[in-house]
Design a protein around this ligand. Structure first.
Ligand code: PLP
Length: 391
């Protein structure tokens, strides 16, 4: 059975060329980058080459690129340090953020009860944030960090980070965006977007796991939160993951050079999926701005199926198909995700199943056909066994 991988928002297949480069680096770059001898300096120069290259793609200074272990660590470093070192008194964020942001703000509130955490309200069922509310808040002159993700990982909604960065700048607030789902999938120019912090994770764009990056604008004066050596411009102590950084660098560079080509393939696949799901699955809904390519990440599509099935992830897996089961709610048998509960009421989610289909340029339309045929079969079986519930 040929397996089908449609869960690239969770993690991606590693590019063969990246694996080759990492193997080479493991053989050659064993010197500690902090050592002054040639072995160490060789490792150090590999790291600095990657830093320079990524900085060029993002139009920033290489000193503003800090390697970390993952997107979660980058988000932690940025948000925690803003509170602990930059005297931020308020974090404005959204209820749709990734756990690494939500849990970090929750933990900070516990440790520093005097800080304020404000969640922007959603304007509608599509999950749009109320930006006028943000502007009203920013008018109060409280030292603030705004943390809003570029693309939501569950439903794919895109946030206009350029406008928000300008708004934050106007009111003197710091702006962080979790760009884990968009970095190396969209061209980002931080010389034009006055953002202060962004996060990135290599395993989301065909690189290895365990390596990430934080963009930290120098002028913010952010400090590290891990105590130890002076690695990574004093912002992230610990011996650098040289091979991981080489892998991150390669995958980032390939993704940027091949961005248009990959994007075309993936957008085409997403459009095909939307059309064929609409034709073959009665009553399917697309969550968030899924069908609007200007407002939704082209790499993922979240759907609401009009029948309950808590086992769908398992059934698909038995067929060799990997997708993410965002949430399912069948007569209270399993809980919908926090994101879905922000968009729909309990009642609306009753007897539905959420799936997140996420693509890469390695996927094909044949794979999409297999997925949709199987979903149609599941729907048919459900209708046969529950005739009353489908009309
Ligand atoms: N932020 C978003 C939006 C994500 O989708 C993820 C991973 O799923 C993360 C942060 C965490 O990244 P990592 O897995 O590298 O810790």
């Amino acid at each position: 059975m040929k397996k089908i991988y449609l869960d690239s928002a969770a993690s991606t297949i590693i590019d063969e060329r990246v694996i080759e480069a990492m193997i080479q680096s493991m053989k050659e770059d064993f010197g500690n980058p902090s050592a002054i001898h040639s072995f160490g300096q060789e490792s150090k120069s590999k790291i600095e080459m990657v830093r320079k290259n990524i900085a060029q793609w993002l139009h920033v200074n290489p000193n503003e690129i800090i390697f970390t272990s993952c997107g979660t660590e980058s988000n932690n470093l940025i948000i925690r340090s803003c509170i602990e070192n930059l005297h931020i008194k308020r974090i404005i964020t959204s209820p749709l953020e990734h756990k690494s942001v939500l849990e970090t703000t929750r933990d900070l509130k516990e440790k520093f009860p005097e800080i304020e955490i404000v969640f922007l309200p959603l304007k509608n069922k599509k999950g749009d944030l109320d930006i006028s509310f943000l502007e009203n808040l920013l008018e109060e002159k409280i030292p603030t960090l705004v943390s809003l993700m570029h693309s939501n990982n569950e439903i794919g909604n895109l946030t206009d980070i350029d406008s928000i960065a300008h708004l934050c700048k106007k009111y003197g607030a710091l702006f962080h965006s979790d760009t884990v789902q968009t970095m190396a999938h969209y061209p980002l120019d931080f010389s034009k977007t006055p953002i202060d912090f962004a996060s990135c994770s290599a395993h989301k764009f065909h690189g290895p796991k365990g390596i990430g990056m934080a963009f930290i604008r120098k002028s913010t004066g952010l400090k590290g939160i891990i105590t130890g050596g002076t690695q990574e411009r004093n912002l992230r102590a610990g011996t650098e993951n040289v091979h991981g950084i080489v892998g991150l660098g390669k995958s980032f560079d390939f993704a940027m050079k091949e961005l248009d080509e990959r994007r075309k393939i993936i957008e085409d696949l997403k459009q095909y999926t939307i059309e064929h799901l609409s034709k073959n699955i009665t009553g399917v809904l697309f969550n968030g701005h899924g069908t609007d390519f200007n407002k939704s990440n082209y790499t993922l599509l979240s759907i609401l199926l009009p029948f309950p099935n808590t086992l769908i992830g398992f059934q698909l897996d038995m067929k060799g198909i990997a997708v993410s089961q965002g949430s399912a709610c069948a007569s209270g048998a399993s809980k919908p995700s926090k994101t879905m509960l922000q968009l729909y009421t309990d009642q609306e989610l009753k007897n539905t199943t959420t799936l997140r289909i996420s693509f890469s340029h390695y996927n094909t339309k044949t794979e999409i056909d297999i997925l949709i045929n199987f979903l149609a079969e599941i729907q048919k079986n459900f209708a046969n066994t529950n005739p009353a519930e489908t009309d």
